[in-house]
Design a protein around this ligand. Sequence first.
Ligand code: PHE
Length: 455
Amino acid sequence: MAERENFGSKLGATLAAAGSAVGLGNIWRFPVETGQNGGAAYIIIYIACIILLGIPIMSSEFLIGRATHCNTAGAYNKLAPGTQWKWVGRLGVLSGFLIYCYYSVVAGWTLAYSLLAICNQFADKGPDDYVRVFQDFASNPFLPVVCMAAFFITTHLVVVRGVKQGIEKFSKLMMPALFIITVILVFCSLNLPGAGKGVEFLLKPDFSKITTSTVLNAMGQAFFSLSLGLGCLCTYASYFNRDTNLMKTTVSVCTIDTLVALMAGFIIFPAVFNVGMKLGPDDVGPSLIFITLPNVFHQAFAGAPALGYIFSVMFYILLMLAALTSTISIHEVVNAYVSEEFHIRRSRSALIVTLVCMFIGVCCALSFGVLSDFTIFGMTLFDLFDYIASNILLPIGGMLIGVFTGWRLDRKLCYDQLTNGGTIRAPYFPLLRFCLRYVIPLAIGAILFNQFGFA
Ligand code: PHE
């Protein structure tokens, strides 16, 4: 087997992990959740979840990956040989596989909408036209499949180039581009007339809207957005060097991810309030991004169509880049597992993963059209995969990772990893262990309880 690669630089490692975290979850899911859960009050709870759950679990994934230099399933085998803990890693690979199949469908839509925006297809349309454009597109038997395939192929081409030449190089190029586009869009949006109302919504908390389900939603969102619970960051950390400061990387990734999510809010809400709209119950998931927003952008920039054009193009390209850095990381979780556990050459295992996921992805893409009547437990394949992965497998995975690090792993091994063998300080260590041992199992237990309908 070829020698295992590492990331070439600390910056590259941080940007790759941030690329995994920043994705459709930040730009599409976060603003929707914020809109429906009381604005600023939701944001405060979300940030608390990032600090109390996100940071401990992410640092656990990092230390497990870096301590073993293995794919996520192999990592548990190495740290707890002969036990059932390997199932935590395998569960992660399964979650990655499911997420990859349906996430690529939406990722394909971002490609299609970037092209539509470039071809100025959102001009001169009324609100109903945007619904029609999306429905026609999503139910078409070919276009979404072609766009999705293009996404799979691009992801594949990056992953086969390897960790340093592929993932790291690509992240170093894409992440700054993504950040610049985000900042420009925030600036444009904040300059729209009436933007102040959107800003007020994001900054003035209305605690009366907070219920237990708001708190639970915020936790779920934090997981999805930080790519936690499936060993994605554990796999990336297996390529970290010995001198990478794990806690510093954790804090950087969480900060970048939260900043991008907040900036997405500052792009979307000023524009939505500018046209005097409120996010309704129908503006959830894809419909916000692919139906509501083209309409909002069109109306918001009615006085300056050229600016509206540039805004839309940049927005959809931003979404596409964000989705791509995330699909690369999901592919890598599954690819590292298949390649290392079954001793298959990396390029070959990458091809297997791409082909299998593409095949299942086609079925997910068609669940908006010809396969819309094919349902399991009353859900289309797309919804089923989303539900199982995000609502069940990721929280269970996150909880088990926390329990593994807090209760099973040797305390000294954790301390050594976080302090790089005692060379850096870790005054936070007792607090981190407390979160891993008590806060995480209790908090995530509550999410699961809620999701299974017992609460
Ligand atoms: N974090 C990504 C996003 O916000 C999604 C993702 C989930 C990526 C799990 C990798 C693993 O869109």
